[in-house]
Ligand binder design. Structure first.
Ligand SMILES: N[C@@H](CCC(=O)N[C@@H](CS)C(=O)NCC(=O)O)C(=O)O
Length: 218
């Protein structure tokens, strides 16, 4: 298959970006500059009318939504165990991935892009403050998950080797540092993210996306 990944530096597209790199399949990574509004232009809307990253193109087929992309790559590469094959373990992995995508991610969006949720500018500050507290609870939950993974012996949220869940965990903590959250408030999660960032597959993607892990300045 001929794969293309449309991604934006530091965005949630980091998740399939890491996954593709870890699968070792050839793919073309195409950067989309969200800060320059490239995703809002007509050319990108042909690729994704919702104007979002990530987009995976496989031959003539376009797949959006992280959960769908992860499921698709899992189905295409059953031997790689992108998702566990045992029914309960698979459900647990999808449970966490869905929570990251439809809850944790959205809580962050209320802090980072409040204008997406109300056009009343006066409401933005309160929305940011409230959701920063909510987001702290998200990071606490994430820290509990990585702590449990360490206790279970694998050390990763994904079975055996770092994958989509791990990459999402890194992204969510990194985003927290961009909105004034000190990663040291979550020592086990921060240690996990730093260890993950050193894995060669993940380090390659961090390098390609030119990511700074910690934006917190105190
Ligand atoms: N549920 C979507 C979320 C995608 C999403 O929120 N992408 C963000 C980057 S993290 C984006 O493209 N934002 C640009 C925008 O919405 O204007 C998915 O799983 O792909």
């Amino acid at each position: 298959m001929s794969l293309t990944l449309y991604y934006a530096s530091g965005a949630c597209s980091f998740v399939p970006h890491v996954l593709l790199e870890s699968l070792g399949v050839p793919f073309e990574p195409v950067p989309v500059k969200l800060h320059k509004g490239e995703h809002l232009g007509d050319a990108y809307k042909v690729i994704n009318p919702r104007s979002q990253v990530p987009v995976l193109v496989d031959g003539g087929h376009t797949i959006t939504q992280i959960v769908a992309i992860v499921s698709y790559l899992d189905a295409c590469h059953p031997q790689a165990l992108v998702l566990p094959s045992a029914p309960l373990a698979r459900a647990r992995a999808l449970e966490i991935l869905s929570w990251m995508n439809n809850s944790a991610h959205i809580t962050f969006a209320h802090i980072f892009m409040p204008h997406k949720f109300t056009d009343e500018a006066a409401a933005h500050a309160a929305m940011k403050t409230y959701n920063q507290q909510q987001y702290r609870a998200v990071l606490q939950e994430l820290q509990a998950l990585v702590t449990a993974a360490a206790a279970n012996g694998t050390g990763w949220l994904d079975a055996g080797q770092p994958g989509a869940l791990d990459a999402y965990a890194l992204t969510l903590l990194r985003w927290g540092t961009m909105v004034g959250i000190n990663p040291q408030d979550y020592p086990a999660l921060w240690a996990f993210v730093q260890r993950l960032a050193q894995q060669p597959v993940v380090a390659r993607v961090i390098e390609r996306e030119r990511l700074k892990l910690n934006w917190y300045e105190g």
